[in-house]
Design a protein around this ligand. Sequence first.
Ligand SMILES: *[C@@H]1O[C@H](CO)[C@@H](O)[C@H](O)[C@H]1NC(C)=O
Ligand SMILES: *[C@@H]1O[C@H](CO)[C@@H](O)[C@H](O)[C@H]1NC(C)=O
Ligand SMILES: *[C@@H]1O[C@H](CO)[C@@H](O)[C@H](O)[C@H]1NC(C)=O
Ligand SMILES: *[C@@H]1O[C@H](CO)[C@@H](O)[C@H](O)[C@H]1NC(C)=O
Length: 248
Amino acid sequence: MFLLPLLLVAVLPVSTEGGEIFWGTESKPHSRPYMAFLEIYDSKSQKFRCGGFLVREDIVMTAAHCNGRNITVTLGAHNIKKQKNTQHISVLEAIPHKSFNSKTLVNDIMLLKLKHKAKINGVVKTIDLPKSQDQVKPGQVCTVAGWGNLANCSLSDTLQEVDLEVQKSQTCQEMSKNFNDSIQICVGNPKEKKATAGGDSGGPFVCHNVTQGIVSYHYCTGKPPRVFTRISSFLPWIQQTMKLLQQP
Ligand SMILES: *[C@@H]1O[C@H](CO)[C@@H](O)[C@H](O)[C@H]1NC(C)=O
Ligand SMILES: *[C@@H]1O[C@H](CO)[C@@H](O)[C@H](O)[C@H]1NC(C)=O
Ligand SMILES: *[C@@H]1O[C@H](CO)[C@@H](O)[C@H](O)[C@H]1NC(C)=O
Ligand SMILES: *[C@@H]1O[C@H](CO)[C@@H](O)[C@H](O)[C@H]1NC(C)=O
């Protein structure tokens, strides 16, 4: 799996040319029942995709840069071309973080209120959010999953996943001074040649069944590290927004 969400090509000076190629492996079907496949139309009616994850039966979390004119969520999918047992639900309201900056991509987090509640079953489940004191530590290895580009630059039909190592903040600070360790996580060992990387934008970074990060962006070289949104820093905003989106 190769981390190159199409949207980022447009908003960041990223390039795949000369970039390294990173592989993931196909997930065991439905082993990550919180995964959401997002199909988004932007303001020019261009279609693109992102990942997301179910955090309440009526709420999907994703990256703010995955926002668009309309968004459809598919739950319960493995191969997105095979729609057996999947649930398609359109998004009633998208709430990106109010301080999201589309240039620097800080505060890259968004909540999507679904038109109706998802039916929780064997292939559709919510994932736990971190506690405020939870901190991922450098050296810790967690997993990202997504339907992003494969190494041959074609989008994957099946869910792929990859294990990535949390880096010291300096590793990302050396790449760009925009990196802010209190709200972002630096992920992916630059020395690991075999290091698989990736997942689609908006997908979860999962440590011990808890989602600690959201896939946000990569640097223009295409090599690791990646920058993920640190979910534990946004808990007050998440709780407040989820309350606001409570069904009447
Ligand atoms: C979203 O926008 C696209 C392109 O304009 C349109 O074809 C599609 O029907 C829209 N979907 C919804 C659910 O509104
Ligand atoms: C890209 O690789 C995938 C997985 O190996 C394969 O299924 C797909 O057909 C390839 N796409 C192209 C355009 O070569
Ligand atoms: C990092 O983010 C926090 C929280 O938004 C903010 O208070 C702090 O000023 C930021 N640090 C830098 C160096 O921008
Ligand atoms: C994660 O959840 C699955 C399914 O509930 C469980 O089998 C597994 O042991 C859990 N893993 C960890 C690390 O807690």
